[in-house]
Design a protein around this ligand. Structure first.
Ligand SMILES: [Zn+2]
Length: 344
């Protein structure tokens, strides 16, 4: 494969990198993935749907096409009885990502995540299992043409470190992020300290993804930015978390029930709020900026434009001045304006 495109590190040295994640939630909303297990069987059953979403995110400005292998690891596939599809799913997911990226020069990321297998009370066995899960996924991603690997939504530093070690053995750059559900990892480190350690352990980018909306993620990002010398990642969810409900697991609907994961709509952030986050993150010195579960292409485009870019989807960016009622055109029909929104 001939690649003259810039590497992740070259891009990070030169500018910020914008990263659209959130495939699992979006594919669930579209009816191609089951909430609960959240296993991306869609890669094999409806590959054209995954491909279309890759294209939409690229068109909206993502610099990275993330292969759809989140929860596509051995443990998750085993849990729903399709372990025999493991290799095919990973190989196909890379193929789809490479194809979408190849049309545009975007980078391709392989994708690992927490396994739910890591167990500090049985490290000997669980580390072996977890390491094997990461190793095989990294190998498929590398063979499939990944430019780097994202390993994400960790709650244990120990598990994150295993992912980093396996990525480094394959000789690929690593982006490792924790899910800031709590203020510290489940093995008792502050998130800033856990990130600092991973950076010293050799991760090219460390930070946070998922779990929190911008408002409650930013204070932790400030600590990480302070503690870490290298590149920092920030990919919040586009939901309105708050001090009392800092994580999207905490959000409750009017009926008092958990809004996570499929009733989060009333908490959805607008494209403008995510655009503001992108600018805030950049101003903080964070240069790997993105969005996680809940992301739509409209968020990604607004974030890209707020960072000063014009992207293919900018062709259809809003022109509210042309709206018949809310616009400012001279030939606006005043009688509609007065009837629909009132005088003045
Ligand atoms: Zn997420």
């Amino acid at each position: 494969m001939t690649r003259s495109k810039k590497t992740l590190l070259e891009r990070l040295e030169a500018n910020e990198v914008l990263v659209a994640e959130g495939y699992i939630f979006e594919l669930e909303r579209r009816g191609f993935l089951k909430a609960g297990p959240f296993v991306p069987e869609v890669v094999l059953k409806y590959p054209e749907v995954v491909q279309e979403l890759h294209r939409e995110f690229v068109r909206a400005g993502t610099d990275v096409v993330v292969a759809c292998t989140y929860y596509g690891h051995r443990s998750k596939l085993r849990s729903i009885g399709i372990e025999n599809a493991l290799e095919r799913l990973n190989v196909k997911a890379l193929e789809l990502a490479v194809e979408a990226a190849g049309e545009t020069g975007a980078l391709v990321a392989g994708n690992l995540c927490n396994t739910w297998e890591y167990d500090p009370s049985d490290l000997k066995t669980s580390e072996k299992n977890v390491r094997q899960i990461f190793r095989e996924q990294v190998q498929w991603a590398k063979a499939g043409g990944a430019d780097f690997i994202i390993a994400e939504t960790f709650n244990y530093y120990g598990e994150a470190l295993l992912s980093l070690e396996e990525i480094k053995k394959a000789g690929l750059p690593a982006v490792i992020t924790f899910s800031p559900v709590a203020q510290s990892t489940c093995d008792g480190l502050s998130l800033a300290e856990a990130c600092q350690r991973l950076q010293k352990d050799g991760a090219e980018v460390v930070g946070l993804n998922c779990g929190r909306g911008p408002k409650t993620m930013i204070p932790i990002l400030e600590q990480i930015r302070e503690a870490v010398d290298g590149h920092v990642a920030a990919l919040p969810v586009p939901y309105r978390t708050n001090e009392q409900q800092p994580c999207f697991f905490d959000l409750r609907g009017d009926d008092g029930k958990n809004a996570f994961p499929v009733a989060l709509d009333p908490f959805f952030l607008s494209r403008f709020e995510m655009a503001d986050f992108a600018v805030t993150a950049k101003d903080m010195g964070i240069n790997y900026i993105g969005i996680c579960c809940g992301a739509g292409p409209h968020h990604v485009r607004a974030m890209a434009e707020a960072l000063g870019r014009t992207v293919p989807a900018s062709e259809y960016s809003p022109a509210i001045n042309l709206h018949p009622v809310f616009g400012d055109q001279e030939d606006r029909r005043q009688h509609f304006v007065e009837c629909l929104v009132g005088p003045g």
